[in-house]
Structures are given as C-alpha cells and as structure tokens.
Design a binder for this molecule. Structure first.
Ligand SMILES: Cc1cc2nc3c(=O)[nH]c(=O)nc-3n(C[C@H](O)[C@H](O)[C@H](O)COP(=O)(O)OP(=O)(O)OC[C@H]3O[C@@H](n4cnc5c(N)ncnc54)[C@H](O)[C@@H]3O)c2cc1C
Ligand code: FES
Length: 351
C-alpha cells in the first residue's frame, strides 16, 4: 500500500487544529505526537473515549471488531481515533475541549526497541525489559503502546521504572488466558525480539508538586505504574511530608511479587508510607509477616481492604487505581462514596 501525505483538520469545541500526516498514521497518535491533547484512555480500542465524528473525507478502520466501537453512533459517522487512519484529506469533529500540551510535557512519539531481559515472577506474571534505540522521558504512572511482530495491534503496558532520559523500560505482564500476545510471551523465547512502541501515554501521573496524600490501589500487574509512582515519590522525599497508602491485591501468596522491592521502598520512605498486601483467596501465612516485617497483610478484595483501612482518611488525597476493570470500578465507587472528587481519581483500566 502506498503512503499518502495528507491534511487532517480536527474541530474541537474550543478551536480547530490542522495536522499534517500520512495514511499510515492513526489519527489519535498523529494528534498526540503534535502535542495536541486529543481525548483517549486506553489508546488501544477498548474504552471508546477517543471517539470522533467524520465530517468530510475518508478514513480506514484498522480494527473494525474493536470492543470500543460499542460506544459509537456509527450512523452519525463516529469512529475511534486510536484505530483509524485517514485515507484522504479529512475534517473530523471531537466533542470535547482540546488543548495543546503544556510546555515540558512528555510528548508521545513512535519508538523502537528490543526485548533485553525476561524473567518469570510468578507462574502467570513475567518481568520484561525493553532496550530502546533512543532515550525517552516519561512521567511516573504512564504507559506505552507496544506492538510485536506478527501480532496485530498495540497493547498498553505501564512502566515499572521511573527515570529521566530512560534507555530501558521495565514492564510486568500478566498472562491473560486465551490472550494472543500474553500467551505468545509465555510460550516463546522473546529475548532479542524487536518491537514498535508509541508513547508515553496516560494521565494517571504523579508529580511531587501535587502536594497531596496519595492512595494507590492495584491488582496483579496493575502494580507496575504504582511502582513507578513510588519510585519517583521516594526519589523526591515526598513521604517526609505526605501520607502514602498502597494496597496491592493478589489471590494468594504465590501470586505475589515485588514484595522485596516494596519493602525497600517502605524502608526508604519511612512510616508515612503504608503498604498492604491484600490476599483475596487466603489468609496471610505467618511466615509472610516474618519475612516482610515492613509490609501489612490482610485478607479480602483489594478495594474492600482499602476501604476498611482508609475510613475517614480521604482528606487532601489523590487516588491512583490500576488493574482489571472490576477492581478499578469497585475502587471508583468506594472513592466517590467517600466524596473524593473525580479529578482526584486517576486510573488505568487493563481492559
Ligand atoms: C492503560 C493500560 C495499561 C496497561 N498496562 C498493563 C500492564 O502494565 N501489564 C499488563 O499485564 N497488562 C496491562 N494492560 C493490559 C494489556 O494491554 C493487554 O490487554 C493484556 O496484556 C492482554 O493482551 P493479550 O494480547 O494477551 O490479549 P488479547 O485479548 O488478545 O488482546 C488484548 C488487547 O490487544 C489489542 N488488540 C487485540 N487484537 C487487536 C487487533 N486486531 N487490532 C488492534 N488491537 C488489538 C486490544 O487493545 C485488546 O484489548 C494495560 C492496559 C491498558 C489499557
Ligand atoms: S482510546 Fe480509543 S478506544 Fe480507548
């Protein structure tokens, strides 16, 4: 297929943007890489947040079965910007206000990398490191879209590490039964495999100028972005002034990982950082408390455990949630009932 150069005009509620791109560029990625902060959440076809309406021109939908299409009014010309590229010069309309990114923002861009390290953390979670061809800046709590050769579509993965000018990106990936990429990762030797990336993405980000207590609720591989947030907070000495409450949910002790790393962070950050491991399918064995004296263990679904521990402690607080949709939805419900405002609830739903 030949690549055409074309112009896409985005009419947002507040103003219009003219973007020069090609017929290969997904419209969301084109806007974001030009520092135009188009609306999105997953960046990968499931949530429907990136919907726009085609006013004129022609587009090509690269994933017509995307689950996010259920949120669209197809008869009105709505489409998902994260899955569609323009075929001709086009004009599209986005319902919301759209602003340009602030000076100094980590503007997403296409990147290339190679898998440089793979390690099994539990029977269904792997640690995976990607060495980049170029350095990248990202904010604590952000994610990348990653595409493997021969596997169609990009997947969102949250970074575990946090540093400026990063040369490598660390991820933890949970095996999704029947999931195309995760099954492939568990059944093949992926060391050295070259991958395409796009990012950094995501608004569940942490900065020390936030100046609020933070509450983190994560399930399984959702702990990835929370590790990045804790790492940044620790580097900045954030918990000398503000409270941090972290709840990490897993089914049983054999599904738990990063407990050594969490203990180190707790040791560095001191008593204002509380880290609780919530086990949904068993009580914590006695040796867990002996092995990890700086961590707290409790039994139950992680958002319910968080609700019990946080009672009356929601003042001046920003919450970060990450993991499977039932965990994120349950946590949002709990936080809204506790009168935490929506602008202080940031999440990544691993749909
Ligand atoms: C913001 C965000 C952050 C995430 N962070 C993590 C993380 O840190 N660790 C982790 O384990 N998981 C994370 N996930 C979930 C992850 O992106 C995958 O959904 C999960 O790993 C399962 O992938 P799979 O290929 O095994 O499953 P599949 O069910 O085969 O595919 C899942 C996803 O891949 C994409 N996809 C599949 N087919 C196509 C296609 N034909 N065209 C285009 N796209 C397609 C879609 O986004 C789909 O939802 C995150 C998700 C989001 C939205
Ligand atoms: S951002 Fe496009 S469907 Fe989620």
């Amino acid at each position: 297929m030949t690549t055409k150069t074309l112009n896409i005009q985005v009419n947002a509620r507040n103003r219009a943007y003219a973007l020069d791109g090609t017929s290969n560029d997904k419209i969301l990625n084109l806007g974001l890489s030009n520092a135009v902060d188009l609306p999105y959440e997953c960046g990968s076809g499931t949530c429907g947040t990136c919907k726009a309406r085609l006013i004129s021109g022609e587009i090509c939908d690269q994933w017509p079965e995307a689950p996010g299409r259920k949120f669209l009014k197809l008869k009105k010309g709505e489409f998902l910007m994260c899955q569609c590229a323009a075929k001709t010069d086009s004009v599209i309309e986005v319902e919301s206000f759209v602003h340009t990114m602030e000076a100094g923002a980590c503007v997403p861009a296409p990147l290339k990398g190679r898998i440089s390290s793979v390690k099994l953390l539990t029977p269904d979670v792997i640690f995976l490191q990607i060495a980049l061809q170029q350095t990248v800046d990202f904010d604590a709590g952000q994610f990348m879209l990653v595409q493997f050769p021969e596997i169609v579509g990009f997947r969102g993965w949250s970074m575990v590490n946090y540093e400026r000018h990063a040369k490598t990106l660390d991820f933890v990936i949970k095996k999704k039964p029947g999931g195309e990429l995760s099954e492939w990762l568990f059944n093949n030797n992926c060391d050295g495999v070259e991958v395409d990336l796009f990012g950094p993405m995501g608004n569940a980000t942490f900065y020390s100028r936030l100046a609020k207590n933070i509450l983190c609720i994560a399930g399984g591989s959702g702990i990835a972005g929370i590790m990045s947030i804790l790492s940044r907070a620790s580097q900045d000495g954030y918990f000398s002034q503000y409270n941090g409450d972290v709840f990490f949910g897993v089914r049983t002790m054999k599904d738990a990982f990063f407990l050594d790393e969490l203990s180190v962070l707790r040791g560095e950050c001191g008593e204002k950082l509380n880290i609780t491991i919530a086990l949904s399918e068993e009580a914590a064995p006695d040796d867990a408390r002996t092995d990890y004296p700086l961590l707290t263990f409790d039994q139950g679904f992680v958002h319910e455990v968080a609700g019990r521990h946080m009672e009356d402690r929601y003042q001046n607080l920003r919450a970060y949630l990450a993991g499977p949709p039932p965990l994120v939805n349950g946590s949002i419900g709990m936080l809204l009932r506790a009168r935490v405002t929506t602008d202080n609830i940031r999440y990544d739903k691993f749909s």
